[in-house]
Structure formats: structure tokens, C-alpha cells
Design a protein around this ligand. Structure first.
Ligand SMILES: Cc1cc2nc3c(=O)[nH]c(=O)nc-3n(C[C@H](O)[C@H](O)[C@H](O)COP(=O)(O)OP(=O)(O)OC[C@H]3O[C@@H](n4cnc5c(N)ncnc54)[C@H](O)[C@@H]3O)c2cc1C
Length: 309
């Protein structure tokens, strides 16, 4: 079966089985923080584990590619779009329960909500996440972090809906965490996770949250679409510093610009295409390699096809 036929069949099956929650040819630019990129062929909102089962069975049956769309704050989607299925997590994945110093939360819960819940319950460990605009699922996949904190410090277990269509609870030691990475996506889709926090003083927690937020406002470009840091730091050397020293601040490709405030951010000045952003990223990578001998590794995840000039 050719690609388009397989996608059509998958769409027909899903529309029948999940009425009102499956959409065709949806622009992703509005759903990613770069505000650029093309369409996804099928977008489905999974409200339950049963929905995930159906979606992954369909993926398997028609052999179509898929990805989970969190808050889209670490994604660069090609202007040609993604020929496959995007899964958004809905109602059952937005729940939060608290048990002493443990927070059990669905993968679609935002980090900002979690940080607020933790603070209001005098639990420390999540203040670092203030200002990271991701979901719990995306943050675990990326092992998101800031201010010397990261997700792997606080996660206890993650419940994964596996590519074999079973539900597995994995211990933190099985999640393959590293610097801005994990091996979770090789298992499947994160449904929920248990965070283990520490009892703390709520005034102190709030103080830290405000301090971290202020720091972001001082150092990061607010008001323009971006996906946060574009590159990972290179063995402890700040990628932003390397880019700055290479004189890339302010460099543009179309409406994509290396931020003048934070060299490791690429911002969308208005009409940047995903290809503009991609080529700018490549140019920065090339210049840093040429002048500093360091090959920066992208932190953002790229989906779909891009062209090297
Ligand atoms: C202004 C700004 C500041 C930022 N600051 C930081 C920072 O300080 N530190 C930092 O680490 N990051 C930062 N980021 C990047 C980004 O917010 C984080 O990487 C975040 O954790 C991504 O979460 P998300 O829900 O947006 O994931 P998405 O971008 O939607 O997805 C990221 C990856 O996770 C996968 N995924 C998402 N949910 C699931 C799931 N439930 N199951 C399986 N796979 C899933 C996606 O398929 C994709 O591969 C920043 C971004 C912006 C725009």
C-alpha cells in the first residue's frame, strides 16, 4: 500500500472509531512555539489509554509514522509538514494527584501547573522548571532542566504505553536519562509519571521560583517565538557562549534570527519558515565548528524533511 493510501485508510478508521477527535491536514505552526512549519496529515486527540491502544494498533496496521505532540516547545517541523499521525494527549492525561511528597501527574500536565501545585503544597524540587513551557511528557523525554535542576532528579517512575500496546511502569533507572536526553521514546508513549519531591518551606520555594523567572526575563528573548536553546552545551562549555564568541548574535536567515539577547536562541521575527530556522541553525553550527572546533549538537527535535543548501 502506498504512503497516501495508508494514511487515508488510517484516517478513515480513526475517524470512525474516535469521532470528533481526529482531524485531517492540520497546520502545526499554531501548535509549536516556533510558530513555523507545515501540516500534519492526521491529528488525533487521545483521551484514554483505550484511545492510545487504537492509535498504536492503527500505526502498526498501516505502517504510518507517528509522534506525540506535547506543548510543541522543543520542535521544529518542516515546512513540508509531517506525513503521518500526531497524537495529542487529552483528558485522562491531564490529571494530578498528591500523596504526601509524591505527585502523580498525567503526561499532558504542564510543568508550570506542576510547579504551582508543588509550591502550594510546600514541596520543593520543581522550582527549576518555572518558565519552561513544556508538558510533563515532553519534559521527561528531553530531561528538561535549568538552574542545576532537571527532571531526572525528581522523577520516580514513568508509566509508558508501549509500542507493543501494553502498559509498563518503568523505574527512573530504566529511563536512560542523560543531559537533555532519555531513552523513553524507544519504549513508547508516556502516559503519566510519579514525581518524588521533598517537603520544603513555601516562602523559600516561591522566592526561588520568582528568582528563576526574573533571571529568564533578563537573559532570554521574550515576545518572539522560539523553542528555547537550539543547541546542547558541549561537555560543560556553554553553547550560547561559543555562539556569541563566534559573532553569530543577530545573524538572520529570512525572518529567523540568532537572538541578540541570548545567542543560543533562534527567534522568529514574524514570517520565518522552518527552512529559514533550519538553515540558520546549520550556519551557526558551521561557524562554531570552523572557529572553535566544536560540533554543536541540536537540542531541538526536527520533524520531517529539510534541505541543506
Ligand atoms: C522560551 C522557552 C524556554 C525554554 N527553556 C528551557 C529550559 O530552560 N530547559 C529545557 O530543558 N528546555 C527548555 N525549553 C525547551 C522545551 O520547553 C522543553 O524541552 C520541554 O520539555 C518540551 O516539552 P513539550 O511538551 O513542549 O514537548 P514537545 O516539544 O511537544 O515534544 C518534545 C519531544 O517529546 C516527545 N513527547 C512529548 N510528549 C510525549 C509523551 N507523552 N510521550 C512520548 N513522547 C512525548 C515529542 O514527540 C518530541 O519528540 C524552552 C523552550 C522555550 C520555547
Amino acid at each position: 500500500m502506498n504512503e497516501m493510501r495508508a494514511l487515508e485508510k488510517a484516517f478513515m478508521r480513526l475517524s470512525r472509531e474516535m469521532p470528533g477527535r481526529v482531524y485531517c491536514n492540520i497546520p502545526l505552526a499554531k501548535r509549536v512555539t516556533f510558530r513555523a512549519g507545515g501540516h500534519v496529515t492526521i491529528l488525533a486527540v487521545a483521551n484514554t489509554i483505550g484511545d492510545l491502544r487504537l492509535l498504536l494498533q492503527t500505526v502498526e496496521r498501516y505502517r504510518i509514522p507517528y509522534f506525540v505532540l506535547g506543548k510543541g516547545s522543543n520542535l521544529l517541523v518542516s515546512d513540508r509538514g509531517f506525513k503521518g499521525l500526531a497524537i495529542e494527549l487529552g483528558s485522562d492525561f491531564k490529571k494530578i494527584t498528591l500523596d504526601r511528597n509524591y505527585i502523580q501527574a498525567g503526561a499532558a500536565v504542564s510543568l508550570s501547573t506542576l510547579a504551582q501545585v508543588a509550591w502550594k503544597n510546600s514541596l520543593k524540587g520543581l522550582a527549576f522548571s518555572v518558565g519552561i513551557p513544556g508538558s510533563l511528557g515532553g519534559a521527561l523525554i528531553m530531561n528538561a532542566g535549568a538552574h542545576d535542576g532537571c527532571m531526572s532528579n525528581i522523577v520516580s517512575t514513568a508509566t509508558i504505553y508501549t509500542n507493543n500496546c501494553d502498559l509498563r511502569i518503568l523505574d527512573k533507572t530504566e529511563l536512560g536519562f542523560g543531559y537533555r536526553t532519555s531513552s523513553i521514546s524507544s519504549y513508547g508513549i508516556i502516559a503519566e509519571a510519579m514525581l518524588r519531591l521533598e517537603p520544603g518551606d513555601s516562602d523559600r520555594i516561591r522566592f526561588l521560583m520568582e528568582r528563576y523567572f526574573r533571571k529568564r526575563k533578563e537573559n532570554q528573548p521574550f515576545g518572539y517565538p522560539s523553542a528555547g536553546c537550539v543547541f546542547k552545551n558541549a561537555s560543560g562549555i556553554s553553547a550560547g557562549k561559543l555562539i556569541d564568541e563566534t559573532g553569530c548574535k543577530g545573524l538572520c536567515n529570512g525572518d529567523a534570527q540568532v537572538s541578540t539577547e541570548h545567542a543560543n536562541f533562534i527567534i522568529n521575527l514574524g514570517e520565518a519558515t522552518a527552512q529559514n530556522i533550519y538553515l540558520l541553525l546549520k550556519e551557526v553550527q558551521r561557524r562554531v565548528y570552523q572557529k572553535k572546533g566544536v560540533l554543536l549538537e541540536p537540542e531541538i527535535i526536527m520533524l520531517g524533511e529539510f534541505e541543506d543548501e
